[in-house]
Design a protein around this ligand. Structure first.
Ligand code: CA
Length: 224
């Protein structure tokens, strides 16, 4: 689970980051909206925790900008402003939860778990990218007009990369989501599976490598 934390108050930022990391989350933290946007646009996060009063752009503006960039990562607002109209505005803008500061850390963690559980339900059942088609329910993959057979791991790997199309998925995240292990397995295991997958897809270039970071698929993805 990878979280992007956006909080400009240094002490609170450090406290929340540390608390989340102690509970097994991987956390990138930034102190303003524009840094948050550039990270969210280039790396895949499972969740964004967003303060409202930020220098530069407000949290609400960040949410609008995420939408403009078509970034669908769930957002939890974390704010000291606790008037009902702010909460309503935040939720109406698409935030999945609104946590009022100061908060109990145990409750904060429970809310994150609740949101990410909801997030695990798939919202799409198929992907299409050029002549590659993936049917998530029938577990069928068609590449270059031919149905191909993938192992469970290859299927999960392709699904993970396609669902994060145009964003780099890190090796740690692949290890977590495809192998369900909480450590970096090193690139070798992943690289071997990727090279098998590239072969089966009959396209050596579809899955690209961002050296030292991870992998990505680029293109115009159609979700069904
Ligand atoms: Ca603030």
């Amino acid at each position: 689970m990878k979280i992007l934390l956006v909080e400009d108050e240094p002490k609170l930022n450090a406290f929340v980051k540390k608390g989340l990391e102690q509970n097994g989350y991987t956390v990138d933290s930034v102190a303003n909206g524009s840094e948050a946007l550039s990270l969210a646009a280039s790396l895949a996060y499972d969740l964004i925790i967003l303060d409202l009063m930020l220098p530069g752009q407000t949290g609400f503006e960040v949410i609008d900008n995420l939408k403009d960039f078509d970034i669908k990562t769930p957002v939890i607002i974390m704010s000291a402003i606790n008037s009902a109209d702010r909460v309503i505005k935040g939720l109406d803008k698409g935030a999945v939860d609104y946590i009022k500061k100061p908060f109990d850390f145990g409750e904060f963690l429970a809310r994150i778990r609740a949101v990410t559980r909801r997030g695990t339900a798939r919202s799409f059942t198929s992907y299409k990218l050029g002549d590659l088609q993936m049917d998530l329910l029938a577990r069928k993959v068609i590449a270059k007009q031919k149905e191909i057979s993938l192992t469970k791991r290859e299927f999960s790997l392709l699904e993970l990369l396609l669902s994060n199309c145009n964003r780099v998925v890190t090796k740690t995240e692949i290890a977590e989501k495809v192998w369900e292990v909480n450590f970096d397995m090193g690139s070798n295991v992943i690289e071997v599976h990727l090279s098998q997958l590239r072969k089966k897809l009959a396209d050596e270039n579809i899955i690209q490598t961002k050296i030292g970071i991870g992998y990505y698929i680029e293109g115009e993805l159609i979700k069904g």
